[in-house]
Design a protein around this ligand. Structure first.
Ligand code: MRU
Length: 362
C-alpha cells in the first residue's frame, strides 16, 4: 500500500541483504518510524512488544527471525532452539506456529551450509504468498460489498474491529482488503472503526491506514457498535482473525464476540476475512482450545497520546492500586459468523464448507 505516494510493505529485507526492516507500529499514528531487526532476540521483542502485530505479520517476522538466527549457527540444534524461542513470543495467533513450521520443514532436510540461503528464500515466499492471498481475499470480499451497494441508496457502512489491514499482514490486509478494493473501484462506502481498547489498534492503526488511502471512516468507542446496528447504520461487519478452528470458531481481538452478538441480534451480516494460514485444523472448539493471551495490566490502566503541544506522553487513567485483567482475544462461535472470506472464496463457518474449499485438509 502507499504512504504519501510511496509503496510500502510492512516487512522487508534491508539493503545489507540480511537484516530486516519493519514499521514500528507502537509509534503510529503519531510518528512513522522504521526499525531494523538484526537478531532473533530483536525479532522476538518486536513481536512481544507489538512493534509488529497482526497474525500474518507475526508469522512473517518470526520467519525472518529464524533466518537471522541461522546466520550465526545453522545446526539442527540451533534451528530447533530458534524455533522454540520465536514460537514463545505470543500464544494466540496460529500463523506464528504455521510460519515457523513451514520454515523448519523446508530447512531441516538440508545440509547446514545450505540453510541460510534457503531460509531467506522461504521467508520471502511466505511474505509474497501472503500478499497474493490477501489480494484474493480482497477480490472475494469485494463482491459482498458490491452486492450490499445494490441494496442501498446511500453509502455502504462497514464496521471493523482492531486492525486487520495491511499493517497486520505483509500488504493489503484481510478485513480491509475488500474495503480498499471496493473504494478503489468506486463503491461509495464508509467504515466504522472500533477504537479497540486497550491498545487502540482501531483508532491508531486502522484509522491511520484508511486515512492514508482516502477511505471515509469514523472512529467509534468500542461499545457504540450495537447502538449503530439498532439504528440500521451498519450494513455489514468485517473483521480479521488470529486463529480459526476446523469448525469455524473465530478467535480475534477482544470485543469481537460482543460485536458478533450485536450483529446477530440486529440481522447484520458478520464476516470474517482470513488467509487459510490462520486456520488451525487441529482444533474444533475455540473456547475450549485456543490459548488467550493475557497482557500487562498497564496496557489497560495507562494510555499514551499526544498532548496539545505535540509531545508524546503516557498517563495513568485508572484508580491507583486497582488490579486490571487484560485479556487480548476472545472467541466468536461459528454460529454467529455469516461467512468466512478466504483466498479461495467465501464459505460458511462450518466444518463441511471449510473442507469443501480446502479439500486437501479433509
Ligand atoms: O494483538 P494484535 O494487534 O496482534 O491483534 C490483531 C488482531 O486481532 C487482528 O484482527 C488479527 O490478527 C487479524 S490480522 C489480519
Amino acid at each position: 500500500m502507499k504512504i504519501d505516494g510511496k509503496a510500502w510493505r510492512s516487512i522487508w529485507v534491508q539493503p545489507d541483504g540480511w537484516s530486516v526492516g519493519i514499521i514500528d507500529q507502537t509509534k503510529l499514528p503519531h510518528a512513522f518510524v522504521t526499525a531494523r531487526l538484526a537478531s532473533a532476540a530483536e525479532a522476538s521483542h518486536a513481536i512481544k512488544s507489538m512493534m509488529v502485530r497482526g497474525a500474518p505479520l507475526i508469522g512473517a517476522t518470526a520467519a525472518y527471525g529464524l533466518c537471522i538466527a541461522l546466520r550465526d549457527d545453522a545446526s539442527d540444534s540451533s534451528l530447533n532452539a530458534a524455533y522454540e524461542f520465536l514460537l514463545a513470543a505470543r500464544p494466540t495467533a496460529i500463523n506464528l506456529r504455521w510460519a515457523l513450521d513451514e520454515m523448519r520443514t523446508a530447512l531441516l532436510p538440508l545440509a547446514p551450509s545450505a540453510r541460510v540461503q534457503a531460509a531467506y528464500a522461504a521467508a520471502q515466499k511466505i511474505c509474497d504468498d501472503d500478499v497474493a492471498i490477501c489480494e484474493n481475499i480482497g477480490r472475494h470480499g469485494l463482491k459482498l460489498i458490491q452486492a450490499a451497494q445494490k441494496t442501498t441508496a446511500r453509502e455502504v457502512n462497514i464496521l471493523t474491529h482492531c486492525n486487520a489491514g495491511w499493517l497486520a499482514t505483509v500488504d493489503w490486509g484481510t478485513a480491509l482488503a475488500p474495503i480498499y478494493m471496493a473504494h478503489d473501484s468506486g463503491v461509495k462506502l464508509h467504515v466504522w472503526v472500533d477504537e479497540t481498547r486497550p491498545r487502540n489498534q482501531g483508532a491508531a492503526l486502522t484509522a491511520w491506514e484508511l486515512g492514508k488511502h482516502g477511505v471515509p471512516h469514523t472512529i467509534i468507542a468500542d461499545n457504540a457498535g450495537g447502538h449503530l446496528m439498532q439504528h440500521r447504520r451498519v450494513d455489514m461487519c468485517i473483521v480479521g482473525t488470529d486463529r480459526t478452528t476446523a469448525r469455524g470458531d473465530v478467535c480475534n481481538k477482544i470485543g469481537t464476540y460482543l460485536k458478533a452478538l450485536a450483529a446477530q441480534d440486529n440481522g447484520v451480516p458478520f464476516y470474517v476475512a482470513l488467509p487459510s494460514t490462520t486456520i488451525d485444523w487441529t482444533i474444533e472448539d475455540g473456547v475450549a482450545s485456543i490459548p488467550i493471551e493475557e497482557r500487562a495490566p498497564e496496557e489497560l490502566t495507562r494510555i499514551t497520546g499526544r498532548t496539545l503541544n505535540g509531545d508524546l506522553c503516557e498517563v495513568d487513567i485508572a484508580a491507583p492500586g486497582s488490579p486490571a485483567g487484560n485479556y487480548a482475544f476472545d472467541v466468536t462461535p461459528a454460529r454467529l459468523v455469516s461467512g468466512l472470506i478466504t483466498e479461495r472464496g467465501i464459505c460458511a463457518a462450518s466444518r463441511d464448507s471449510m473442507r469443501a474449499l480446502f479439500p486437501e485438509r479433509a
